[in-house]
Design a protein around this ligand. Sequence first.
Ligand code: THU
Length: 160
Amino acid sequence: MQTKEIRIIVHEYSGLDELSETDRQLVLQAREAALKAYAPYSGFQVGAAVRLANEVVLSGNNQENAAYPTGLCAERTVLFYANANYPEVPVQTLAVTARNSTGLVHEPVKPCGGCRQALLEIEARFQQKIKVILDGEKAIWVLNGVESLLPFSFKPSSLS
Ligand code: THU
């Protein structure tokens, strides 16, 4: 028997001021998008913003539905929009934020499993790591690549 350790590196920032200007702007776009989320059932408003390799910035938010599974997370809303409209352009950075009835979440927001899987597909598609910024009141986490969010993943290469 062997025990293996998998290292996940998370860069923790204490707030927006510590981020680079481009990352700060992206988080601000995500925060703005969260305010426009359609989340009448959960009351949990998520905002996501992506910066593409051509410097285009797009944002999206969660879209809920009375038939709950029909709704879509903020991350996938913006990622699918990006891929639909810029199919040749890699996604460089994704910023995610969330707010509840009291405002910005305290801990950095954690993307759901489905969104992690969608992110992984995009990394594989463009062969380029995506920087992921997870926003929160207490701290902002930055991960350089989706592998850190989803180790042991099933990815396109798993099919061969
Ligand atoms: N949600 C997201 O938008 N992204 C995530 O990664 C986690 C959850 C949304 C889905 C639903 O509208 C609400 O948050 C509560 O789960």
